[in-house]
Write a protein that binds this ligand. Structure first.
Ligand code: URP
Ligand code: ZN
Ligand code: ZN
Length: 464
């Protein structure tokens, strides 16, 4: 099947230009001057992209489909979650396989292949959450590179569940330094947070807003600085996940200025929502409980500045959906029992585009933080994250002038609320190609469960 995408403005991380894109089967054949005669390319299909942006498909490097958490599971499985991702212009996810204490990484990986293989509408890879750092796990971390797992998430939060001590973190980082793996860090001081949570509950402070109050920015900043120092001692690169506040951003920016191999992502919820949401009427605030928590409004421009200056390299969603009327209710009367997580895999491309509309970031930077840098960070470039000859034809045709209103009534995630209910935005995904197949066109979905292939990833490509 030969496709011609004609008349659009091709936007990549290095800039934009009017160009036609020739797709042959699953790959991009060439990017050429506009005006291609369909007959000269023997095109089976022509997609008119006039007045549209043609961008590489989004890569969401942080999702949690069917994730076990807080005694329940996130409600999108790999079928519904990847379908929703496709609606929103994301053509690759890297999800987290979660090691249960007492279980090997091998078993964990097999379990996650069992959940995802044959289900996904778009291509997918796995990171591995390591919750049991021991000799066996460390050996397995070294071995899993051969299975396409090149990044491992550790937690400084959630004592008794995912938490790793500083000593365990250091050991894991030392292994990563030898193997080339990337350590991803949930940087919040969980030991101190648990003290604050216990104190709040003993005073009868049980509402969702206390989730934010007991996880102050200083405890994210402190953990971020500590993780950076530990990575320095181990000689390992470090990727801070879901960075939410200026305290942590300052630590990352300083480390990068010093030339350390430290990277960080933020998420749309930290760029668009504030801690006010957790103080909504009744139990509404539970919808917005995630960790790290949403922050006061003054952090938001700091994060946008971090994106502009490359202190923040990536925007991922940390998509972890729990229904308000079901799973979130587990936290009625005790904010600490609210499953942590916010849905968002469908709206990342659109939301970050609002940063372009507002003049916060350039078009090229939009593509860079959503696609090209995640591809490089997680060992997928140039197969993914690029519009160039030889790359997979994962392509989004984006209408920059369309208007839409975000709502649970119209979204495709399997969750009963939207964190952005009623928000009016500019821009909309018009057409999505996944490895050359048109899976979405003008509001018609034509994807298929099982079209998505597992991506065996190489190591981080940004380490020079
Ligand atoms: O609240 C969050 N972030 N839930 C998902 C788990 C994690 O820590 O990423
Ligand atoms: Zn986390
Ligand atoms: Zn997460």
């Amino acid at each position: 099947m030969r496709t011609l995408i004609s008349g659009g403005i091709v936007v990549t991380a290095s800039g934009s230009q009017p160009a036609d894109v020739l797709v042959d089967g699953e790959r991009i054949h060439a990017v050429v001057e506009p005006g291609t005669d369909p007959a000269s390319w023997q095109a089976d299909r022509v997609i008119d992209a006039t007045d549209r942006y043609v961008i590489p498909g989004g890569i969401d490097g942080h999702t949690h489909m069917e994730m076990p958490f807080g005694g329940t599971f996130s409600v999108d499985d790999f079928a519904s979650g990847t379908r929703a991702a496709a609606w929103g212009g994301t053509t690759t996810i890297v999800d987290f396989a979660v090691q249960k204490k007492g279980t090997s990484l091998r078993e964990t990986l097999d379990t996650w292949h069992g959940k995802a293989d044959g289900k996904c509408a778009i291509d997918y890879g796995f990171h591995m959450i390591v919750s049991d750092v021991n000799e066996q796990t460390l050996k397995e971390m070294d071995a899993l590179g051969g299975e396409g797992i090149s990044s491992f998430k550790l937690f400084m939060a959630y004592p008794g569940v995912f938490y790793a001590t500083d000593g365990e973190i250091l050991q894991a980082m030392q292994h990563a330094s030898d193997s080339g793996a990337l350590i991803m860090m949930h940087a919040e001081n969980g030991i101190a947070i648990d003290v604050l949570v216990g104190q709040a509950l003993s005073r009868g402070h049980t509402d969702p807003r206390y989730h934010g109050i007991t996880r102050p920015p200083d405890l994210e900043g402190e953990a971020t600085s500590r993780a950076i120092k530990l990575a320095g001692v181990a000689g390992a690169p470090l990727y801070i996940v879901h960075l939410s506040c200026d305290e942590a951003l300052t630590a990352v920016a300083m480390a990068r200025t010093e030339g350390r191999r430290v990277f960080a992502e933020t998420c749309p919820q930290y760029l668009f929502l504030t801690d006010d949401a957790m103080a909504g009427p009744g139990f509404e605030g539970a919808k917005y409980v995630c960790s790290p928590p949403l922050r006061p409004s003054w952090h938001l421009p700091k994060l946008w500045n971090g994106l502009r200056t490359d202190a923040l390299s990536v925007v991922s969603t940390d998509h972890c959906p729990f229904c308000f009327n079901e799973e979130k209710q587990l936290g009625q009367g005790d904010f600490a029992k609210i499953p942590n997580g916010i849905p968002g895999v469908e709206h990342r491309v659109d939301l970050v585009y609002q940063g372009v509309v507002a003049g916060e970031i350039s078009l090229a930077r939009w593509v860079e933080v959503l696609s090209t840098t995640p591809a490089r960070m997680f060992g997928l470039y140039p197969k993914k994250g690029e519009i160039a000859a030889g790359s997979d034809a994962d392509i989004v045709i984006y209408d920059p002038r369309a208007r839409q209103t975000l709502s649970a009534r119209t979204h495709h995630m399997a969750v009963d609320y939207s964190a952005y209910e009623g928000r009016e935005i500019t821009g909309r995904v018009q057409t999505v190609l996944s490895r050359g197949r048109v899976i979405l066109d003008d509001g018609r979905y034509d994807g298929a469960e099982g079209h998505g292939q597992f991506l065996s990833r190489s190591t981080c490509q940004l380490l020079g």
